[in-house]
Design a protein. Structure first.
Length: 232
């Protein structure tokens, strides 16, 4: 095994700690802030060295895709290879009985309509399955706006959404709006006679009304099954 420098070991330890405490790896900037490395290029140099020595794998196209290999885990946690549990996100981990991968697909409006999730996911996180149960097809969106503050959902929160094209009355949904192509909103869903009401939970925002014949089930992206808030 090729030896680690003290700084490389500190970087690897920061990654291990983040995965154990938060369920996902840190960004380059978060590693730099923790270790007092001012430049993300400096952090990147250490990651390249750790990857070359076989202590981690990473995907340069994603901000949190730095994952210790079994060798990297042993270097920090110790123990024989047979006792090492793959970290979420490693090449052997995938979804497990305890953790589930959730792709983050950008922003969703909880206020004025704006562009929602399209294209490729921005990032992904691993969430304890305790919070999501056995929900399949769950994705994440970052909330922009304050129209759902009465539900305890604030600007900057993340909502976890189960993909489905139908929803019961009163469900908290993410939906596309028929005449606003490619845009979506986060609201409570109600069928009322000849119309559908998308209801905010902030008195400063008005409901969105759509004629029943104009509302197609394919406009529903999914039903919210969880909310995550990053405390700063």
């Amino acid at each position: 095994m090729r030896e680690l420098t003290e700084r490389q070991r500190a970087v690897l330890r920061a990654i291990v700690k983040s995965i154990h405490s938060r369920g996902y790896p840190p960004t380059l900037r978060e590693i730099g802030n923790e270790l007092g490395i001012r430049s993300t290029n400096g952090v990147n140099d250490h990651l390249k060295a750790l990857e070359k020595k076989g202590y981690l794998t990473r995907d340069d196209q994603k901000s949190r895709a730095v994952v210790p290999t079994e060798r990297g885990q042993r270097a920090i946690l110790g123990g024989p290879a047979g006792n090492v549990v793959p970290f979420p996100g490693s090449e052997r981990a995938g979804d497990t009985d305890d953790m589930v991968r959730v792709d983050l697909w950008g922003d969703i409006a909880a206020g004025p309509l704006r562009v929602a999730a399209q294209g490729q996911p921005d990032d992904s996180v691993y969430v304890d399955r305790f919070f999501l149960g056995r929900n399949e097809g769950v994705f994440g969106l970052r909330v922009r706006g304050d129209s759902m503050m009465g539900e305890g959902i604030l600007d900057g929160d993340y909502v976890f959404v189960r993909k489905q094209a139908t929803a019961p009355n009163g469900a908290l949904i993410v939906a596309y709006v028929a005449d606003v192509d490619g845009e979506g909103t986060l609201k409570r869903f109600y069928r009322e006679g000849d119309r559908v009401r998308l209801q905010p939970s902030n008195p400063d925002h008005a409901p969105i009304y759509i004629l029943k014949e104009q509302f197609k089930e394919t406009m529903i992206m999914g039903v919210v099954v969880g909310v995550y808030r990053l405390l700063r």
